[in-house]
Design a binder for this molecule. Structure first.
Ligand code: HAM
Length: 449
């Protein structure tokens, strides 16, 4: 094979029809689940004003934005997520009834270093609720995640949860100024990547107090050493109770821990989620706009691809874009990462990657017109049907069907054409070599297994 002159840009890839079958199954299942929970679909432009996307994403994500100046000199950027666009839409549509529940599925772009599970172009499937402070929102979103993953047959995953207000409180415990917390979060976010010593060094580099780091790590270590969620919560609540902080961040953290306990307890009572939630006091999340609960879904994979979904509460973002001061919470699945996990678990192996269920072979030229009507009739019964386009001998047509992985061949010859009805058809199943005559209803049942 010759080397192609062009490859897709680094960090992007082509999806061939067989892979698209799997990806489309993931999309249609997610769409069904979002709709089953009463979320309406929204579409927004692939590019936005750069200013909107950099307003509150944070420095890390700003570095990853694909931005450009258009011919009119406007600074634009490809969206790296849907949250800012959603907040922009809500800021200008006060008339949409709240709580506004919407989903959006589409491509997003990030200039990241490509590696396993990290692409420059990927799909997100995002669901959000705007306009309610209730913890029911978080509980519903977790239930939605559990429902979708059950539909995909994924059993071994973990939903890590925490709360930005608790992290803020921990910063207060560590005597880190509110103005410096974003810096401290950014350093702490790297804990699993660079370890404690690495984070300590980053604290020093960012001018954060070293004793603050020791206090913070002490509390986190004590909480993480507890194996149960209730014990972890207890350990964190204790830390605040004993610290006697006047800083208002301490009070808010205690309230947030109580709320986190309620969300976790309600979700643990959901049979879809029982045993799957973990309170993770090191869960920072990269985006700056989160103000309350944060969460990520993970599954152990050979390639270590990271979380396949992430989200949180981001009250105030709609106001930042000129709308009302309203609460909001949501999350996004990373569709490629989710599909990679499902592929590794082989839970989607039942989905046929073939382009059709049935190949109508034309045994003799005079049967061709009847073959077309057979194909049309089978399509009318919901089957995916190819009819021969090669005009080659019937043996070659069978080979074509086999190469394409099409499981069943219906050979149509002068005998079938003479009868002229599709009540009963000859069917050969290529995998077994079995040949028989079947009614259309039986052929449909055979295909649908
Ligand atoms: P995020 O955690 O940045 O959150 O992205 C959500 C998901 O997108 C991640 O869990 C991951 O599965 C996937 N993802 C992120 N980066 C990449 C990449 N380079 N390649 C492949 N997959 C990736 C957000 O984007 C928030 N807007 C989610 C949200 C919605 N929060 C509230 N509402």
């Amino acid at each position: 094979m010759s080397t192609p002159k062009f490859a897709p840009p680094k960090g992007t890839r082509d999806f061939l029809p067989a892979e698209m079958r799997v990806r489309n199954h993931v999309f249609s299942t997610l769409r069904e689940v979002f709709e089953a929970f009463g979320y309406g679909e929204l579409d927004t432009p692939a590019f936005e004003n750069l200013e909107l996307l950099t307003a509150k994403g944070g420095a890390t994500i700003s570095d990853e934005i694909y931005s450009f100046t258009d011919k009119g000199g406007r600074d634009l950027a490809l969206r790296f997520e849907f949250t800012a666009s959603l907040a922009r839409v809500l800021a200008s549509h006060a008339e949409l009834p709240r709580p506004f529940k919407r989903f959006q599925i589409g491509k997003v772009w990030r200039y990241e270093r490509p590696q396993a599970g990290r692409y420059r172009e990927f799909f997100q499937a995002d669901a959000d609720i705007i306009g309610s402070h209730s913890l029911e929102c978080e509980i519903e979103l977790f239930s939605l995640i559990g429902t979708a993953l059950k539909r995909f047959g994924l059993a071994d995953y973990t939903l890590m949860v925490f709360d930005r207000r608790v992290l803020d409180g921990l910063m207060a415990l560590a005597a880190i100024d509110a103005a410096k917390t974003t810096d401290a979060f950014r350093a702490l976010d790297k804990l699993h990547k660079i370890g404690k010593d690495g984070v300590r060094a980053e604290f020093a580099e960012r001018g954060l107090p070293p004793e603050g780091f020791d206090t913070l790590i002490g509390v986190l270590d004590r909480a993480e050493a507890q194996s149960g969620n209730a014990e972890r919560l207890g350990s964190l609540l204790d830390a605040f109770a004993h610290a006697n902080l006047d800083d208002p961040r301490g009070k808010l953290a205690t309230l947030a821990l109580t709320e986190l306990g309620q969300i976790v307890a309600a979700s643990e009572a959901n049979p879809l989620l029982a045993g799957r939630l973990t309170i993770d006091p090191t869960l920072v999340r990269g985006l700056d706009y989160y103000t309350g609960a944060v969460f990520e879904a993970k599954a152990q994979t050979a390639a270590g691809i990271g979380s396949f979904a992430g989200g949180g509460r981001y009250n105030g973002l709609v106001k930042l874009f000129g709308g009302a001061d309203e609460p909001a919470v949501g999350f996004a699945f990373g569709v490629e990462r989710l599909a990679d996990v499902l592929k590794e678990r082989q839970t989607l192996s039942g989905i046929s990657s073939a382009p059709a269920d049935v190949y109508v072979a034309v045994v003799a030229p005079e049967a061709r017109s009847f073959a077309r009507s057979v194909a049309a009739s089978l399509r009318g019964h919901g089957l995916r049907v190819q009819v021969d386009l090669t005009e080659k001998g019937v043996g070659k047509q069978f080979q074509t069907a086999e190469k394409m992985g099409i499981p069943h061949v219906v050979p149509v010859g002068p005998d079938e054409a003479a009868i002229g009805t599709v009540d009963v058809l000859p069917v050969k199943t290529l995998a077994t070599g079995e040949q028989r005559h079947l009614s259309v209803a039986d052929l449909v049942a055979l295909v649908n297994g």
